[in-house]
Design a binder for this molecule. Structure first.
Ligand code: C5P
Length: 247
């Protein structure tokens, strides 16, 4: 299989650099972007980003920043300086924090001569459901909370949102601005859902308006990651994606 679908991002949520290299060797020729999350970044720091960039991949740095605006702004500036292509913030950090993140990303890119990374806002984690939201004092249904947070973040210049496959259609229909939807919680029919509570198959997510799919365990946890990726591409290819984003 020599095919690359740039809409698929594989999450490198593996144990160590040896497993990263092994996975990249196996599936790298069929991918444009890898996602580096908090585990790998905590263990290896910016060197993991550099290694992937040096190999020619785009890097999605998923550290889900959530702090006071100044702290998030300066962190986004540093991330942009590393040359990452996408980064995440928690939109629940509020309007000012979202705006600060966008400013930081722009500033860091212009100071380092790198491309401005896409700032993505995490709305409600795909591991959350209404019961868990209530426990942290949020009485909105999940979809309402997702739409509210997404609208706020996008109005502050955030380039896209991370949300579950169950909300993407509503988001693309209801938000009248240009934004990208990045969708985790993707599962093949044979997969365990693990800790994810709001999941869908790759074809359903694409049909509903996903621009990118973030996929971890269904690829790196598969007995044959290349076959798993191929199965994902085959399902995606069945969908003639009609954009449901009515601006
Ligand atoms: O293994 P799995 O396919 O469930 O991995 C999903 C990836 O997407 C993980 O790296 C997780 O951190 C990330 N993610 C998520 N839900 C969000 C944002 C990111 O699952 N709302």
């Amino acid at each position: 299989m020599e095919k690359i679908d740039p809409r698929v991002i594989v999450a490198l949520d593996v144990n160590n650099i040896e497993e990263v290299r092994d996975l990249v060797t196996k599936v790298g020729k069929n991918l444009k972007t890898f996602k580096v999350g908090m585990r790998l970044f905590t263990k290896y720091g910016p060197s993991i980003v550099k290694e992937l960039k040096d190999k020619g991949y785009d890097v999605f740095l998923d550290l889900k920043y959530h702090d006071i605006p100044n702290t998030v702004e300066t962190a986004c500036k540093e991330a942009a300086g590393l040359g990452v292509d996408m980064l995440t913030i928690h939109t629940s950090g509020g309007r000012e924090m979202c705006k600060a993140a966008v400013n930081g990303a722009r500033d860091g890119a212009s100071k380092s001569g790198k491309k401005i990374p896409i700032v993505l806002g995490v709305t409600v984690l795909t591991s959350m459901n209404e019961t868990l939201l209530k426990e942290i004092g949020i009485n909105n249904p999940v979809d309402v909370q997702v739409i509210n947070l997404a609208n706020m973040a996008i109005s502050e210049g955030v380039g896209g949102v991370v949300c579950s496959p169950l909300e993407v259609k509503k988001l693309k229909t209801q938000i009248k601005k240009d934004f990208i939807a990045v969708i985790p919680g993707i599962r093949l029919p044979e997969n365990n859902t693990n800790d994810q509570k709001r999941v869908a198959s790759p074809d359903t997510a694409i049909a509903d308006g996903a621009d990118y799919l973030v996929i971890g365990r269904p690829v790196y946890g598969a007995p044959d990651p290349v076959k798993a990726l191929k199965d994902i591409y085959t399902l995606m290819a069945k969908v003639n994606n009609v954009k449901v984003n009515n601006k």
